[in-house]
Design a protein around this ligand. Structure first.
Ligand SMILES: Cc1cc2nc3c(=O)[nH]c(=O)nc-3n(C[C@H](O)[C@H](O)[C@H](O)COP(=O)(O)OP(=O)(O)OC[C@H]3O[C@@H](n4cnc5c(N)ncnc54)[C@H](O)[C@@H]3O)c2cc1C
Length: 425
């Protein structure tokens, strides 16, 4: 007999567990199908303050607090190309009510969120891969899933399929909706370290972001004293010896920056090296009759502003609200029920995407690292980097537009006067 649920969620990462918890708490029957057995390693370890109210609304914040994750109060950028720095202190945002976030090992964090989905009433099946989404008359009506080692798959019927499968973007690929963002073609190499001594001038717990010769690096500290260390680069620009392995490429990436080498002095790598490329993408549609995409499965921006987990949870929460409303209204979930969700999600991605594109613009980045930026502009930028992109006040809108206008004027003046663009040193 085929089982029947209000919602089937593909993937148990932060996007999937948020949908599952929110729907289960609303009294809906939810099944999460997760390919891996948790806890499992995942990249994406630095959170944003505006994720915390979502944790509150899901009723999981107390468990997160009790887990003792590293507290994060901001970020510290080094522009090695011109010797400037930019501390970002969340407490100095326009809205000072979101002063902190967490740095999390995703194995523990995602596991905690998924267990919370179970205690909220969702059913979770791990080591179970979704092999297909079933459509009838243009409407998603279920999935075909297989438990690891099972000879035959099982068909599971549902009123809505939520694709939260992350970079795999199961449904978006199946429907031909996934488009890579050529402006954000990047690759990343990363691993965990122990023994990094915290540099003077930056708050313990902050994410450190040195930028050097076309590569940006992250150092994310964890509460157990280890750190995540990664480098992000354009693979068409940063070249490696042909045939070199992941470890050699990682070491070569780190060795490009004297700042990074000095930060790692005396430290030791304690994990294997991981790599990922071509991850920035979006979907031309995010919902239809009986289906919706959330988190990375819908869109992923470059990770420079640590927005991925926030966006996965924020879109997950909004998708769950749309589903719950639709089920209450007419007992099914149509594409039209996701109109508001689509607008909300697109706005969230667009507000971050503008900053991500700007980060790779040398003129913007030079302005970002200006030693004494106008206070109102600095506060507007910090608010966005904290994740405050949902409700934008007229004042914040004004200062943000002024910043981007200033960058446009600078670019035009450079063109007219022949002044060169800031160059990587
Ligand atoms: C280099 C890099 C650095 C990053 N750094 C940060 C950071 O510092 N901070 C931040 O917030 N974000 C960061 N991110 C982004 C972050 O990792 C993602 O945005 C976040 O994990 C998205 O959550 P999700 O739930 O959408 O997907 P995921 O967390 O990827 O979860 C998807 C889940 O779906 C499961 N799954 C996939 N296919 C199937 C299937 N067919 N059947 C069943 N299960 C399936 C997977 O096993 C996985 O557990 C980074 C990303 C990259 C690439």
């Amino acid at each position: 007999m085929t089982a029947f649920y209000d919602a089937v969620v593909v993937g148990g990462g932060p996007g999937g567990s948020t949908v599952a918890t929110a729907l289960a708490r609303a009294g809906r029957s939810v099944l999460v199908l997760e390919r891996e057995r948790f806890p499992r390693f995942h990249v994406g370890e630095s959170m944003l303050p505006f994720s915390l109210p979502i944790l509150d609304r899901l009723g999981v914040h107390e468990k997160v607090r009790a887990a003792g994750f590293q507290k994060k109060y901001g970020a510290f950028f080094w522009n090695e190309d011109n010797g400037t720095t930019r501390p970002v202190v969340f407490a100095e945002a326009r809205d000072p009510n979101h002063p902190m976030a967490y740095q999390v090992k995703r194995a523990e964090f995602d596991d905690l969120l998924l267990r919370h989905s179970v205690s909220s009433g969702a059913e979770v099946r791990e080591e179970t891969s979704v092999e297909d989404v079933l459509f009838e008359g243009g409407r998603a009506v279920g999935v075909r899933a297989r438990r690891s080692g099972a000879a035959v798959p099982e068909e599971i019927r549902t009123k809505v399929v939520v694709d939260a499968s992350g970079q795999g973007a199961f449904l978006s690929r199946k429907l031909g909706l996934r488009k890579f963002d050529p402006k954000l073609k990047r690759a990343a190499l990363f691993a965990h370290y122990e023994g990094i001594r915290w540099p003077a001038g930056s708050q313990p717990g902050d994410i450190l972001l040195p930028i050097d010769k076309g590569v940006w690096y992250w150092i994310i500290p964890f509460s157990d004293g280890t750190c995540s260390v990664g480098g992000v680069f354009d693979p068409d620009v940063v070249r490696f010896e042909s045939g070199s392995g992941l470890e050699a490429r990682y070491d070569a990436t780190l060795a490009r920056s004297a700042r990074v080498l000095s930060l790692l002095e005396g430290a030791r790598r304690v994990s294997k090296v991981h790599g990922i490329s071509d991850y920035s993408a979006n979907s031309s549609r995010v919902a239809g009759d009986g289906w919706v995409l959330v988190g990375d499965a819908a869109a992923f921006l470059d990770p420079v502003f640590s927005s991925g987990v926030f966006l996965a949870m924020a879109t997950g929460e909004r998708a769950a609200q749309a589903i719950d409303r639709a089920l209450s209204r007419h007992g099914r979930v149509d594409g039209a029920d996701f109109r508001r969700y689509t607008r909300q999600a697109n706005r969230l991605w667009a507000r971050f995407r503008r900053y991500v594109y700007a980060f790779y613009d040398p003129i913007f980045f030079e302005a970002f690292c200006t030693p004494q930026p106008p206070e109102a502009i600095r506060a507007a930028v910090v608010t966005t980097l904290a994740g405050g992109v949902e409700r934008v006040s007229p004042a914040m809108w004004f200062w943000t537009e002024l910043l981007f206008l200033g960058v446009t004027v600078d670019r035009t003046m450079r063109r007219l006067t022949g002044k060169p663009l800031p160059q990587p040193g």
